[in-house]
Design a protein around this ligand. Structure first.
Ligand code: ADP
Ligand code: MG
Length: 702
């Protein structure tokens, strides 16, 4: 937790009244609390509204209630797993039962010398009686301050803590004790006053007091807003500082647009660039001639034409006597890029190589040597390029395709491939929701290709259940007869890899019964084939010899066969949204009307249903990735897991996107006015940032 420049907050937790050495050890090992400060920033995860005080005859079924009464008797009933302690509680209006399945001995001890008690919990009506299972129980008379609050804080606990009787209530008591000792000197304000005023935020200490023991719903809301804003703002300060610093990192100076670029542009460009593509190239051109390092993210939906931008940028590097590399996440994609680029560059006097994991040591040697002595101009490949053995003579530009498939740390490794770090262009076809982009890629400049190249027809997406398979096959036949090609994709999920291959094989057999080999060619590619076999089959489809390609998700990204007009996705419910969108993007690249058919079984989970209907109803990658973010949560997206980003205690980038935007705006504003934070009004912020510098490893993020 944020370390504070206050001695009080660094006090070891055992010095707090109510915490002995034993409890201190438990708190440390179970919930990572070793100091006063750790405890202070240990927030409740929910609150119980204890204002619902009821007499027994007023209780309503399935409601949380607080009841006071006398324990008139108790007994242990049943054996084994059904063994339970039942106590009978009575007030002047009636009686009810309290039931415990665990901690029986402990509860019995409490009950044995208690008469008047107060209990809290959810009452259920059963056997013509109300009962509460595992109620919170308190003897009347041992009242503490914490019981008077309207919203009682409930803290995260572990079974271990509970077993040692450090439950939510105990933590609340400790918290009350702590808060009595903490003053505004211990919890220093870290936000500039003008921001607090402008956004009408609670002071820091008040917010902390109120998040633990809120006076009212309104105050709780205000406290949470303040603390969430603080989290996001501090994060954005770090990101924006990094971004500003980065734009000052010395970089290679691409002085000219030379012969390679111009010659290709004039003679070999297979189509006119779209305005967006031109704009992006202009941005890259401007970045690379400043003398500072470029760090740019190119976002463009599937099929928007990012590859040609990459190619032209690499020619720009060559014109300035630099090497360039293009990194792709899969072997198939790397190969396709390599072959595609090679074909386009046929007229250029350039040397190119492909480097992937499956290039043999023997073949690798000359490639590495040529790379090191500068004979190679362009290298295309997979993660293999990241290896330390791969040494460049003079790497000027590194392009990373389908960035979302790479971890953040991997991105950073390319920085070290030259004494002056190369310009970095990362490309992604999985558009990133705005809020996520502000954090994960917040330090990058962003270019966007909004419009697809002209002539694209929308892809019609439908959902079909398995029992409609023969109709689907019939439809495929009519498409194939028109001269079009078809993908049929099967899921591949690591845990049951074997089953999946069986599935794929069966699928293949099934397809060949509809499309017998004397009339049709059905190719199959999957990850278990040898590279040659896979490549051979893939090429068969690319060249149009095979009408149907049965595949696993190896074809997910990048594959480009404009004549393919139908994408069938089997067991579509097993795919994630961004995967489905990527797969769908394999069709709709040519002039013909295209279709995506999502096949599923009859039964679908709620999430599965939602994903399918999202695909049927939305075509824009941005809408889909927003939906994806909502369904899956930010932790699972875009390699954020490894990075430790978005690890907020309170803020949630989906629900709090308004706060996130505010935080970013404010952070940029502060830094524009006072980039070194030297103005007196920014002193608290400066101090806080320098003390908390190490909380995220910002350097790892390129
Ligand atoms: P992605 O952005 O998904 O990587 P690609 O670069 O593979 O997209 O381009 C998708 C298809 O669009 C390719 O067949 C490519 O040749 C074509 N394409 C790209 N730019 C244009 C353009 N300006 N006009 C026409 N077709 C284009
Ligand atoms: Mg691509």
């Amino acid at each position: 937790m944020p370390f504070e420049p206050s001695d009080k907050l660094q006090t070891p937790i055992e010095y707090l009244k109510g915490v002995g050495p034993m409890r201190a050890k438990m708190l440390r090992s179970q919930v990572n609390i070793s100091t006063f400060g750790d405890l202070l920033f240990f927030y409740p995860f929910r609150y119980e509204d204890k204002s619902n005080r009821k007499k027994i005859n007023e209780i309503i079924d399935e409601e949380n209630v607080l009841v006071q009464g006398k324990i008139i008797d108790y007994e242990v009933i049943g054996i084994g797993r059904k063994k339970r302690l039942v106590a009978y509680l009575e007030d002047d209006t009636g009686s009810m039962e309290l039931v415990w399945f665990r901690s029986i001995a402990w509860i019995r001890k409490i009950l044995s010398n208690a008469q008047e008690v107060q209990v809290y919990g959810k009452a259920t009506y059963f056997n013509r009686k109300f009962s509460i299972t595992h109620p919170e129980l308190e003897k009347i008379g041992e009242e503490t301050k914490t019981d008077e609050v309207p919203l009682f804080p409930i803290y995260p606990s572990t079974e271990m803590l509970k077993a040692k009787h450090v439950n939510a209530k105990t933590v609340a008591k400790l918290m009350a004790e702590l808060l009595q000792q903490i003053t505004a000197q211990d919890v220093v304000e870290n936000l500039p006053l003008n921001i607090i005023q402008e956004l009408n935020l609670l002071p820091r200490l008040t917010a902390l007091q109120q998040i633990h023991f809120p006076e009212s719903d309104e105050m709780l809301h205000a406290a949470r807003e303040r603390l969430k804003f603080e989290e996001l703002f501090i994060d954005q300060m770090n990101i924006c500082k990094l971004k500003l610093n980065k734009s000052k990192t010395p970089g290679h100076h691409f002085e000219i647009v030379g012969e390679y670029f111009n010659d290709f542009y004039k003679n070999d460009l297979p189509f006119d660039l779209t305005d967006d593509q031109k704009q992006v190239l202009k941005e890259i051109r401007l970045d690379t001639k400043t003398g500072f390092q470029m760090n740019r993210l190119l976002q463009g939906d599937v099929g928007s034409g990012k590859t040609i931008v990459a190619l032209l940028s690499m020619l720009l590097a060559k014109d300035n006597q630099f090497q360039a590399c293009l990194l792709a996440p899969t072997e198939i994609l790397a190969q396709q890029h390599y072959q595609g680029i090679k074909k386009l560059l046929y007229a250029q006097d350039l040397s190119m190589a492909l480097l992937t994991g499956s290039v043999s040591t023997k073949d690798r040697k000359p490639i590495l040597a040529a790379l090191q002595n500068g004979e190679l101009d362009i290298i295309v490949g997979t993660h293999a390029i990241l290896e330390p053995k791969v040494i460049f003579n003079n790497l000027g530009l590194c392009i990373i395709d389908e960035q979302h498939r790479f971890g953040v740390a991997q991105r950073a490794r390319m920085w070290a491939k030259n004494t002056t770090p190369p310009h970095i262009l990362v490309m992604t076809a999985t558009p990133i929701p705005r809020t996520l982009a502000m954090t994960t890629y917040g330090d990058l400049e962003v270019s966007i290709i909004k419009k697809l190249p002209p002539g694209r027809k929308p892809i019609r997406t439908v959902h079909r259940k398995d029992n409609k398979r023969s109709e689907v096959m019939h439809f495929i036949k009519t498409e194939v007869e028109k001269g079009h090609q078809v993908y049929i994709v099967y899921p591949l999920i690591e845990e049951s890899e074997k089953l999946d291959y069986e599935n794929l094989e069966q699928g293949y057999e099934l397809v060949t019964t509809y499309f017998p080999s004397h009339t049709y060619q059905v190719a199959m590619v999957h990850g278990r084939q040898s590279l040659e076999e896979r490549e051979h089959n893939m090429q068969g489809f690319v060249k149009g010899h095979a009408q149907i390609l049965v595949a696993t998700t190896v074809i997910e990204v990048g594959v480009d066969v404009p004549n393919a007009s139908v994408m069938i996705i089997e067991s579509a419910e097993r795919f994630g949204l961004s995967q489905l969108h990527q797969l769908r993007g394999r069709v709709g690249r040519g002039a013909a009307a295209s279709y995506c058919i999502l096949m599923t079984g009859h039964k679908l989970s709620k999430d599965g249903k939602e994903r399918i209907s999202t695909m049927v109803n939305h075509s824009s990658g941005f809408e889909i990735s927003q939906k994806d973010l909502e369904l899956r949560g930010p932790g699972n997206m875009h390699g954020t897991k490894q990075s430790g980003l978005l690890d907020y205690k309170l803020a949630n980038i989906i629900e709090d996107s308004h706060l996130m935007s505010q935080a970013r705006e404010m952070a940029l504003h502060v830094l524009q006015q006072d980039s070194e934070l030297q103005k007196p009004e920014n002193a608290p912020l400066q101090r806080f940032l320098s003390v908390n510098k190490n909380s995220t490893n910002w350097l790892e993020i390129s």
